[in-house]
Design a protein. Structure first.
Length: 364
């Protein structure tokens, strides 16, 4: 009787153990699936960040914040070489520590990691110890993971994770962190072109306007605050003739006078740039096309009523030599999130291929 009861209990225990193992495997599979979903969501967040109308610095900071919040990491710092020195591009560490954090490539403990591209994990054993690279701090970080960053096998900087407890990262899934590192590199590569564009925006000497690159940097962030906008590109069709028949300085003065007239009648909300040579662009953010057509007709009349006397040149019949600008314009609608450069290319192609005597306000 007792033996039978014992056997029944053994069977029950075995069944419970099997059930527990089954439940554990299901939980493990669920956790793995859940982690994959989380990773996909984070990757989507990364991609959404890239497409935002924001500066390069803002995008990198957004990426860093996503890492901190979604993976519940205490400290995350991204350091990139800017061509002259290593600078902190994003970090939630107090700025008083940034000088130390931007010089970790000089620390012997990370030399091998940089050479081999293998992450380096360092931790303290006791509360009174500090990490090898720490100069003036004890309590902030007790362990760290150093990830060197490369673009096309060229070392460009590093990503540093820090924890507030010793051995905090002992059991962290480095596979996931490697994926994040690759995403950071991909984002840095993607925003590099944007950074170049932002750095080459200039003020044009004669028009006192921003150059065309402005449209793809700060300008686009303003434009994309609206669902639709109207883009107008116009060309001073006879500027080359004025340069040749009168003088280049007269042509420069014509450009200056035209821009002064337009700016004095243009709201500060709209973007006006010297696109290239005799071509200019005005973006009317959030304005319908027909309203712009009516406005540009008025602008055209004012521009073509200008009469500029010769500059730095003399003619026998000077009274008959007057520069009178002529203008040809083309207008199109731009939709937020689409290719602004594509719209501008179409407008430019139209003006470049139009008859030289064409003098109108056209629509695409």
């Amino acid at each position: 009787m007792i033996i039978g009861v014992i056997l029944i209990l053994i069977v029950i225990i075995i069944l419970l153990m099997a059930y527990n193992i089954s439940i554990h495997k299901k939980i493990e599979n669920f956790n793995n699936l859940n982690q994959k979903v989380i990773n996909l969501n984070i990757l989507q967040d990364f991609m959404d960040t890239i497409s935002k109308s924001a500066t390069v610095e803002e995008k990198i900071n957004l990426i860093n914040n996503i890492i901190i919040e979604r993976y519940q990491i205490k400290y995350s710092t991204i350091v990139v070489y800017d061509g002259t020195k290593y600078i902190v591009k994003a970090s939630n560490v107090d700025k008083k520590h940034w000088e130390t954090l931007s010089n970790l490539q000089s620390e012997e403990i990370f030399t091998e990691s940089i050479q081999t591209s293998i992450p380096k994990y360092v931790t303290v054993e006791g509360e009174n110890e500090r990490l090898p690279y720490q100069k003036m701090e004890f309590a902030r970080a007790k362990c760290a993971m150093f990830f060197p960053l490369y673009i096309d096998n060229v070392y460009i900087g590093y990503w540093l994770l820090e924890g507030s407890m010793p051995h905090e990262f002992d059991k962290i899934d480095t596979t996931i962190l490697e994926v994040i590192r690759n995403n950071i590199v991909a984002i840095l590569r993607t925003v590099e072109n944007q950074k170049i564009i932002e750095s080459i925006v200039r003020d044009d000497k004669y028009s006192a306007l921003k150059t065309g690159e402005y449209l793809f940097a700060e300008g686009r962030r303003i434009i994309d605050q609206y669902t639709t906008s109207t883009v107008c590109m116009f060309r001073i069709t006879n500027i080359e003739k004025i340069n040749e028949d009168i003088s280049r300085k007269t042509g420069d003065t014509v450009i200056t006078k035209i821009c002064e007239v337009i700016k004095s009648n243009l709201s500060n909300e709209y973007i006006f740039v010297r696109y290239m040579g005799p071509k200019f662009v005005i973006v009317f953010s959030g304005i319908e096309k027909q309203a712009v057509v009516d406005f540009m007709k008025q602008i055209k009349e004012m521009v073509e009523s200008l009469e500029i006397e010769p500059v730095d040149v003399e003619f026998e019949d000077a009274e008959d030599i007057i520069a009178k600008p002529k203008m040809n314009a083309i207008i199109a609608t731009y939709y937020k999130g689409t290719a602004l450069e594509g719209v501008l290319k179409r407008l430019e192609e139209y003006l470049d291929n139009a008859d030289k005597n064409e003098n109108a306000i056209n629509e695409l």
